[in-house]
Design a binder for this molecule. Structure first.
Ligand SMILES: Cc1cc2nc3c(=O)[nH]c(=O)nc-3n(C[C@H](O)[C@H](O)[C@H](O)COP(=O)(O)O)c2cc1C
Length: 397
């Protein structure tokens, strides 16, 4: 399994005549960066907003504009594109194109391809808020949803008219993320598996404003979640931090270790694997002050009490992976943890190195398995570390 789940996938990107059509260039560019082969279909109105030449230069493929073009090299270009597409994205989708799709029209390049393809269709509407809220558009959208089309957005924000409202084209990140989520379900090697992942550092309250915490940013857990989503698994991410949402991942908030304990217990009831990337606090305050503790200008003693051991408490037919963030004797402590927690793998990293670990986009880890194997990975982006962890996990399924 490649780390890029859109690698070599044929994506048919259909562009209709919205002022947001220029953003489709970025969508095409990002899809190509993910390794996809992108073909573009454009309505006539779309060509008023953005030139087909831009897409030709970017994708290396001549956009499909006119079904009556005598010079087209193929017998039936729309059939060729519709049949070869693994996924079709319509972005931006105008009110008019949405209506065409809802009614099954096939009178322009976009609606013709859309009606001819069996590939899943992802539709990202963009229009003024009155057009979006119009019951005609809403009825059409509901029809498309009921037929299984995936509707992305639209987002709330400033519109071309200057008004604020619902109707903005979703961001490129969101459109690509949804595309990857869908591709994962179709082709992913972990499709059908449910993986529970924890992320972030827990916060143990001392009083209403103070807490005991740690430096975990949650980036590692989120990266594993994204990798698992890309590979098609159902992902529950239990997180103590606010980070950008990952399309297709069920994110549950848990601030304290006790909350995380409870959420993990519930989520793992029907899970195949648990990956604990969160840095949970081993202790919490024995007493939590109801009111803010006032400065008394003298020493203060506080009592801490141990928190429950989340991963050790999870029993049954589930593969368990824990992280060990160490600053010295990494291997010794990681191997001790592997035994004491009775987990299948320990992912050990040296958090004293500022180039890796907390808040970094990269990490350098060693994967220790309970069968005695050890994989020393080089420094790499956290998303790639996520894939390496999943490669090890997959061998146990
Ligand atoms: C400046 C301008 C901006 C437009 N922006 C949008 C838009 O964002 N969304 C939309 O649904 N229609 C928009 N329209 C109207 C569509 O371009 C028009 O309905 C057209 O027939 C759509 O054709 P198509 O769906 O075949 O591309 C706009 C029209 C103009 C002149």
């Amino acid at each position: 399994m490649t780390n890029r789940n859109l690698e070599n996938k044929n994506i048919l990107l259909a562009v209709s005549g919205s002022i947001a059509a220029y953003k489709a260039v970025d969508v095409a560019s990002q899809l190509i960066k993910q390794g996809a082969n992108v073909n573009v279909a454009m309505t006539e109105a779309a060509t008023k907003f953005i030139t087909p030449f831009t897409f030709k230069t970017l994708t290396g493929n001549v956009p499909f504009l006119d079904m009556w073009d005598i010079n087209t090299p193929s017998k039936e270009r729309h059939i060729e594109l519709a049949h070869s597409a693994d996924l079709m994205i319509i972005a931006p989708a105008t009110a008019s194109t949405i209506a065409s799709l809802a009614y099954g029209l096939a009178d322009d390049s976009v609606s013709l391809c859309a009606l001819s393809t069996e590939a899943p269709r992802l539709i990202a509407p963009a229009m003024d808020h009155q057009m979006w809220n119009n019951s005609a558009t809403q009825t059409n959208i509901n029809k498309l949803k009921a037929r299984g089309d995936i509707i992305i957005g639209p987002d709330y924000g400033r519109l071309a008219s200057g008004d604020f409202g619902l109707g903005r084209l979703s961001s490129t990140e969101e459109i690509v993320s949804e595309t990857k989520a869908r591709a994962g379900k179709m082709y992913g090697d972990l499709a059908g598996k449910h993986i529970v992942i924890t992320a972030g550092g827990t916060r143990e309250p001392m009083d209403p404003v103070r807490f005991l915490g740690n430096r975990s940013s949650g980036k590692m857990g989120y990266a594993v979640a994204e990798a698992a989503r890309d590979r098609g698994s159902d992902v529950t991410l239990i997180s103590s931090v606010s980070r950008p949402l990952i399309k297709g991942v069920n994110i549950i908030n848990a601030e304290t270790t006790a909350e995380m304990f409870q959420k993990v217990q519930e989520a793992t009831k029907n899970a195949d694997a648990l990956i604990m990337a969160a840095a949970v606090s081993d202790f919490r305050f024995k007493d939590i002050n109801k009111n803010k503790i006032k400065n008394k200008d003298k020493d203060m003693d506080v009592s801490l009490t141990p928190n429950p051991d989340i991963i050790a408490s999870i029993k049954g037919d589930i593969i368990k992976i824990a992280f060990a963030a160490e600053i010295n004797d990494m291997e010794k402590f990681a191997l001790q943890k592997l035994k004491s927690k009775k987990v299948d793998f320990i992912i050990a990293n040296d958090v004293s190195n500022p180039a890796i670990g907390f808040n970094s986009d990269n990490n350098k880890v060693v994967i220790f398995s309970n069968t005695g194997d050890q994989i020393n990975l080089p420094l790499m982006p956290k998303i790639d570390v996520g894939h390496e962890i999943l490669n090890s996990l997959k061998k146990r399924f």
